[in-house]
Each structure stands twice: as C-alpha cells, then as structure tokens.
Ligand binder design. Structure first.
Ligand SMILES: *Cc1c(COP(=O)(O)O)cnc(C)c1O
Length: 459
C-alpha cells in the first residue's frame, strides 16, 4: 500500500463520518499519516488492510473529538477521590447550575435595590443559618481560604501551631509552606504525638498574631497522644486577646457518629467552641463544588473580604450556583443524606451495597463463562482527608480473566467509554459497590461484553 496523502485520508474520514465538518478531519488525518509512516519504517505497512485503515482513522477521529475531561466510573471504593473529581454533585443542584450557566444572572446585582450587590450574598445567609456563624465568605478552594485568612490575620507576625498538625495534603499544600506564602512566621509547639495547652501558653509573646489548629486530615496519630481542643485554645487565646483559627480541611455539617460511623468534628462544633475563623472545603465531605468556605467573627471576616488577595481567589458564578444548591439541601438533614452523593455513599446500608454488587456479579457472570467473578467483602474509604482510619464495610465484585493480568484488565477498563476505575487485589480486579451509581452497572456490563468480543471469549 502507498501511504495516502493527508487530503485523501480526510476524504476517507468524510465518507466514514459524513455528518461532521471537513475541518475536523485535518488533525486526525495527519496523525494517521504519521502512524502509517512509522509502520512503513518498521516494514509493517503491507499488513494493513483497507479495513484496518478505516479502523485507524475512526480511532484517531474519536480520540480527537471526545471531550478530554469526562465522567468516569469510580469502582475504587474511595468516596472523595481527588483524582476522580472529589464530590459528585447532587442532581437537585443541576437545574440552577444550568440556568446560571446558560443565561445572565444577578451575580453582583441586588434585585431589591437595583444597585450593585455582593456575589457572596447568595450563600452567606444560608451558611449562617446552617452553622450559627456570625459571618461567612467563600473563595475558590480551601487552600486559598487558609492562605488569605493567615495573610489577613498574621502577616509579618507569629502563628502558633502544634507539631502534630504540620500536615501535607498531597500536591503542594503543606502548612509550613503556606505560612511562608502568607508572610507569617510559623512557631511550632509540642511534639509529634503530644501537644499540651502549656506548650501554646509558653510560646505566646507580643509578636503572636494567631493560634492555629489544623485538622490532621489524611493521617492519624494513634497510641500515646494528646492534642488541645478548640475550646481550650479559644479560652487561652481570648484571655490574651489573640484570635484562634481552625482549618477543618474536609469540614462536615453532619455528625457521622450519630449514624454509627467514627466521629468527624463538625463545623457547628468549631463555631460553638468560639473559634474566630473556621475554613473548610466545598468538595470534600460537604459534597458540593470545589470551594473554600470561611466562617467566623464579623470583623475578622470583613477584614479578610477586603484583603486585595480576595480578588485573585474569588469564586465563580457556576461554583456559587452549585454551592448554593448544595447548601440548601442541608436545611433538612434527611434530605441532604438522600440527595448528596457523598453522604449517601457514606451512609448507605451495607445490605443495599451488597445487593448492588450481587447484581453486578450476576450480570458479569452471564456475560461470559470465561470471566471468573466473585462477590467479596471490602472496605470503602472516605478519602478527601477525612476519617483516615475509618473502614466503611462494603461489597465488591472481584474479576479475573484467564490469561489476562489484572494490570492489563485495568488498562482495558480505563479505555472503556465511560472509563472504569477499580483496584487490583492479588490476581483480581475489584470494583467496589459503594462508590458505584446504579446507572453505572449497565456501562460496566457493556464494557465487559466488548472486552469478551475483543478477546474472542465465548458468551
Ligand atoms: C484538603 C485540605 C486543604 C486543602 O483544601 P482544598 O479544598 O483542596 O484546597 C487544606 N487543609 C486541610 C486540613 C485539608 O484537609
């Protein structure tokens, strides 16, 4: 075969995909031309049939036109998975999000007065209602919430933090470095496993601007430990005229211990303890969009709002729409638990997960006798730097195909549409039922039917 010109390849693509504009064929045609040149160099061009060529063209075209950021199926059992987009939003939020996205909105217009309004007004009242805080501000994520709060309250001055709370949250968010960026001087007190109130007390001097408590997030110190409660820090700080800040990380409005899970400190508890500034994420346990929420005392929040840095980290209208929608669901805890996927997955009874996994196992068993399929007990994880020690009982489907390593199987499932992510355990690939949506099951089944046909296995 002679290598066709790019133009000839485009014309061939136009016949294969007649509904698309010709301009979309240029890049896939060039990519295929390049592939053909490489085949020729390796002396493999002769083995390519006309049908193979059409296959290469269609593959290149689909790769070029499929959105790069797209939904995937999470079979990992990690509920708030940072690589997989953290919290899936509640369906109830979507209509508001669409309206605001597709049309104009009152983002910065006060409809009562007709004058300029504040973008924060759309969630401020709700946040106060839900948490009992005096004032609220939202920014684009919790990292920037921490940064702007530190910068506003303690630039050029000292911030006291326990050595047990020097966390790194993956990526490059590390407490000592954030202190540096915010222009504060970090004063570490206590030891890794034990910090006492007197450690903070001894470190206080005229340069002290803030006492900071950081949620340990993605790790736990177990054994011989001691940390100072928010209440005790508030009592100490306020007796010396020093504000107290708490970075809650995940930040939950729901006390999970009520539902038989481990205790995760709630936002309401921090506010009640009298903490002056509390920060947390919108897209971890809260189950909303990426956002940083700052709650606290009125004068302090007002000062943070006026910090010029606020303009650089401001929240956008789509996020605000999704955040308002999510927060509204929290007005009734039972509605929140039903509607917000993160909460629903956390609290879904294990029997229900078992039935879902059983259904999936049955479907996959029926797809091919060559698939080895088992229902297994697993443990799901919260993820997102919350409840690191909590194992949530769950069920999964473990799969094996003779002659296909679990690594190859994972790779093939990652290439499915939508991509499917699981975990490998020994020789098996496991899909955990707790992080699957019911509607995912049909896609998983389709992917396995395709895989069966591709590998030439019996049905
Ligand atoms: C996750 C986390 C952050 C960063 O929040 P983002 O929303 O990812 O910016 C900061 N502090 C703690 C303790 C966290 O757990």
């Amino acid at each position: 075969m002679r290598i066709p010109s790019v133009h000839q390849l485009k014309e061939r693509l136009a016949k294969l995909h007649p509904k698309h504009p010709f301009s979309l064929f240029t890049i896939p045609a060039r990519r295929v031309a390049q592939q053909l040149r490489e085949l020729k160099q390796r002396g493999e061009l002769e083995s390519i049939s006309e049908k193979d060529l059409d296959g290469l063209l269609t593959k290149a075209f689909l790769e070029y036109t499929t959105p790069h950021l797209r939904r995937v199926i999470n079979g990992t059992g990690v509920i708030v998975h940072t690589n997989l987009g953290r919290a899936p939003l509640a369906k109830e939020v979507i209509s508001q999000l669409l309206e605001v996205a597709l049309k104009y909105s009152n983002l910065e217009l006060n409809l009562l007065t007709g004058k300029r309004g504040s973008r924060y007004s759309h969630v401020e009242e709700l946040l106060l209602e839900l948490t009992g805080a005096e004032a609220a501000l939202v920014v684009n994520n919790n990292a920037s919430a921490v940064l702007i709060s530190l910068n506003t309250l303690a630039q050029g001055r000292e911030v006291i933090v326990s050595r047990g709370e020097m966390v790194e949250i993956g990526g490059s968010f590390r407490i000592p470095e954030v202190m540096g960026w915010a222009g504060c001087i970090l004063i570490e007190v206590g030891t890794t496993n034990k910090t006492h109130l007197f450690d903070y007390e001894r470190a206080i001097n005229e340069k002290t601007a803030l006492l900071l408590k950081v949620h340990k997030s993605n790790y736990a110190i177990v054994g011989f430990t001691k940390e100072v409660t928010a209440e005790a820090l508030v009592t100490l700080g306020h007796s010396r005229g020093i504000p107290v800040m708490e970075d809650l990380g995940s930040g939950s409005f729901i006390d999970f211990s009520k539902y038989g899970l481990a205790k995760e400190p709630t936002v309401q508890e921090s506010i009640k303890a009298g903490v002056d500034v509390v920060t947390f994420s919108g897209d971890k346990l809260l189950g909303g969009p990426q956002a940083g929420i700052i709650l606290g005392k009125k004068e302090i929040i007002e000062k943070i709002r006026r910090n010029p840095l606020n303009r650089a980290i401001r929240i956008d209208k789509l996020t605000l729409a999704a955040l308002e929608g999510t927060l509204r669901l929290y007005r009734d805890e039972s509605i929140a638990i039903q509607a917000i996927p993160v909460l629903n997955m956390m609290l879904c009874p294990v029997e229900k997960i078992k039935r879902r996994a059983q259904r999936l196992a049955r479907e996959l068993k029926n797809t091919s006798p060559s698939f080895q399929v088992k229902l297994i007990k697993t443990y799901a994880k919260t993820g997102g730097g919350a409840l690191p020690l909590l194992d949530i009982p769950s069920y999964g489907v473990a799969l094996k195909i003779e002659g296909v390593s679990p690594q190859i199987l994972s790779e093939k499932l990652r290439m499915a549409d939508p991509p499917i992510l699981g975990i490998t355990m020994d020789d098996f690939l496991v899909l955990d039922g707790r992080t699957l949506f019911d509607e995912d099951l049909q896609y998983i089944k389709t992917a396995f039917m395709k895989l069966r046909d591709e590998l030439g296995l019996p049905s």
